[in-house]
Write a protein that binds this ligand. Structure first.
Ligand code: AMP
Length: 293
């Protein structure tokens, strides 16, 4: 596995790979890798000739009050995991390499960025969209890989790719969970044992919402209330939101129908956690839209 720290070095390597006819897959990450990241890399490995993983804790997507400084990092461990996973190249730029000057140019997708996460993190998705476009321009991948775990991020990136007609496909990998349901996240490291137990409220809320839909409920407000009841039922969980939205537009659904995302966010201990389920809700049934391959 080759490691690149400069944009120029990675660009040149990608240019030769493309010339040699190789298909390129890009997996953007912020490192501190877990089984969710590995599942994405394995998918990319199956689908592309050359897989590049970027590890970059992107300051543009953190507000000043957020956990940029304390975000978990362990590059040596990450490099070990990636070489075991059969990744070809890893891109680990410094902040100065990615942002040599104050940024004046931003990508924003306002309608999808102001809702859900955007209410607590109003500048988050313009930071995400900007760094993702920058990575796309450096690597020029055929396929870029994202996890469903960050469902709103998927909606924002897909919309950016569509609006800018970027010549690549976005592939989405299902959320990897611990056996008890907790979605894997680098931020789970912030959870002490009691907080780790309380964090299960997020997945339990989603499963309660799905169960209600499976039982035939189609009122969005009723499903939302069922999820809220689970989140507020544990005093160690501070709910941010529970929502029932159309999966692509993120518009709240009064009547639940078609491609639907159930989404929750909550503070548990010092972690802010997210989770979601992507469902296809039909007249007679409910189907998970993404299932592990
Ligand atoms: P991060 O390092 O947290 O920025 O995540 C990098 C990529 O991994 C993003 O596309 C995330 O959505 C994805 N990801 C994070 N956690 C999971 C998970 N539990 N299952 C699947 N993908 C994930």
């Amino acid at each position: 596995m080759l490691q690149y720290t400069t944009i120029q070095g990675l660009r040149e390597a990608m240019r030769s790979a493309r010339k040699a006819g190789k298909s390129l897959g890009l997996v953007p990450t912020m490192g501190y890798l877990h089984a969710g990241h590995i599942a994405i890399c394995e998918t990319a490995r199956r689908e592309c000739d050359l897989v590049v993983v970027s590890i970059f804790v992107n300051p543009l997507q953190f507000a000043p009050s957020e956990d940029l400084e304390s975000y978990p990092r362990d590059l040596d461990r990450d490099l070990g995991i990636l070489s075991q996973t059969g990744v070809d190249a890893v891109f680990t730029p410094s902040v100065e390499e990615m942002y040599p000057e104050t940024m004046e140019t931003w990508v924003s997708v306002p309608s999808l960025s102001q809702t859900l996460e955007g209410k607590s993190r109003p500048t988050h998705f313009q930071g995400v969209a900007t760094v993702v476009l920058k990575l796309f321009s450096i690597v020029q991948p055929d396929i870029a890989y994202f996890g469903q775990k960050d469902g709103q991020q998927v909606a924002v990136v897909r919309r950016m790719v569509r609006d800018l007609q970027l010549p690549l496909e976005v592939h989405v990998v299902p959320t990897v969970r611990e056996t008890d349901g907790l979605a894997m996240s680098s931020r789970n490291v912030y959870l002490d044992p009691p907080a780790r137990a309380s964090a299960l409220a997020l997945s339990r809320a989603l499963f309660a919402g799905r169960a209600l839909l499976e039982a035939g409920e189609r009122r969005g407000a009723a499903v939302q209330q069922a999820m809220e009841a689970v989140l507020t039922g544990d005093s160690a969980v501070r709910m941010d939101y529970a929502a029932v939205v159309q999966a692509d537009s993120l518009v709240p659904q009064d009547r639940v129908q078609g491609r639907t995302m159930l989404a929750v966010a909550a503070y548990v201990g010092r972690a802010r956690l997210l989770d979601n389920l992507m469902l296809d809700v039909g007249p007679s049934g409910v189907r998970d839209l993404l299932t592990p391959s």
